[in-house]
Design a protein around this ligand. Structure first.
Ligand SMILES: *[C@@H]1O[C@H](CO)[C@@H](O)[C@H](O)[C@H]1NC(C)=O
Ligand SMILES: *[C@@H]1O[C@H](CO)[C@@H](O)[C@H](O)[C@H]1NC(C)=O
Ligand SMILES: *[C@@H]1O[C@H](CO)[C@@H](O)[C@H](O)[C@H]1NC(C)=O
Length: 248
């Protein structure tokens, strides 16, 4: 009886949520489109969330872990890579509002003399907006990310070494995508927020938004945790384990 009651509650919730987000047969069309895309593009699995007004529709597709056969569901965690940058930017926006600063605030005013760039002009003039817009004109060597950093180097140390990045093109001349400058922006949030970027992410973004399971990865072993979608590559018509080296 209890089981049946639960089933009805679940069925009611699902039906009402679906009805609010989709009209008529749209849901089936969306599901079929997602399924054929997964197959066509060789994507092991994904979660899709659709938000309309106050209603949400969340559904998992495909497989999160081929070894156990665990399917992706609405709670499966995925590595979001550079989408993390938009979280850093949101956190920075909160910090700027609280500290009554603008996007045009200068890095040198916030971080002080221990930090800088290859030339005095950049060190003096670079603003948050320059970093956010990838327009410092400095190199973005991928070797560091591929090879990993020694565990003894802290984020602060690494931020202080940004002064060794060479110039590729003139300041504000054009776009050069830079992972390092977003690390530096993360460090700016630490200075303004008086806590680690990881803690600020949690207390200022995840908790207020109810993102209860979202977390910052700390460890290579976290990548294979039981709530994560595991990484694979598609090769010779099948999925193989992807290397974990990049997460070191
Ligand atoms: C969403 O919820 C809020 C708060 O309950 C309410 O004020 C608002 O009217 C709702 N919006 C829609 C589109 O239903
Ligand atoms: C990283 O993982 C190892 C082994 O799983 C664990 O002993 C260690 O505490 C973890 N480090 C952090 C910072 O969580
Ligand atoms: C793939 O990774 C799993 C752990 O998720 C491991 O148990 C398995 O042995 C790996 N398979 C291969 C072919 O390396």
């Amino acid at each position: 009886m209890r089981y049946v009651f639960r089933y009805f509650v679940a069925a009611f919730v699902l039906t009402s949520a679906r009805g609010a987000v989709f009209d008529g047969e749209t849901e089936q069309d969306v599901v079929e489109h997602i399924q054929s895309t997964l197959e066509c593009r060789h994507v092991p699995g994904m979660t899709v969330g659709i938000i309309k007004g106050n209603d949400t529709w969340t559904r998992g597709f495909g497989t999160a872990d081929f070894k156990s056969g665990r399917p992706v569901d609405g709670d499966t965690l995925f590595i979001i890579g550079s989408v993390t940058k938009s979280f850093t930017m949101t956190l920075l926006a909160i910090m700027l509002t609280e500290n009554k600063l603008q996007w045009t605030a200068k890095i040198s005013d916030i971080l002080g003399k221990e930090y800088g760039f290859i030339d005095d002009y950049r060190t003096r003039e670079t603003t948050l907006r320059d970093l956010l817009s990838h327009r410092t004109g400095l190199a973005n060597p991928v070797s560091g990310i591929m090879a990993g950093f020694p565990p003894s180097i802290t984020r602060e140390d690494l931020c202080k070494r940004m002064r060794f990045l060479p110039e590729v093109i003139p300041f504000r001349d054009s776009f050069i995508y830079s992972n390092y400058m977003y690390m530096l922006l993360g460090h700016v949030t630490e200075k303004l927020g008086g806590d680690t970027w990881e803690n600020l992410m949690k207390s200022r973004i995840f908790v207020p938004l109810g993102m209860k399971s979202t977390k910052v990865l700390k460890n290579t072993s976290d990548v294979l945790a039981s709530d994560m979608a595991h990484p694979y590559i598609y090769k010779d018509d099948s999925f193989e384990n992807s290397t974990l080296d990049i997460y070191e």
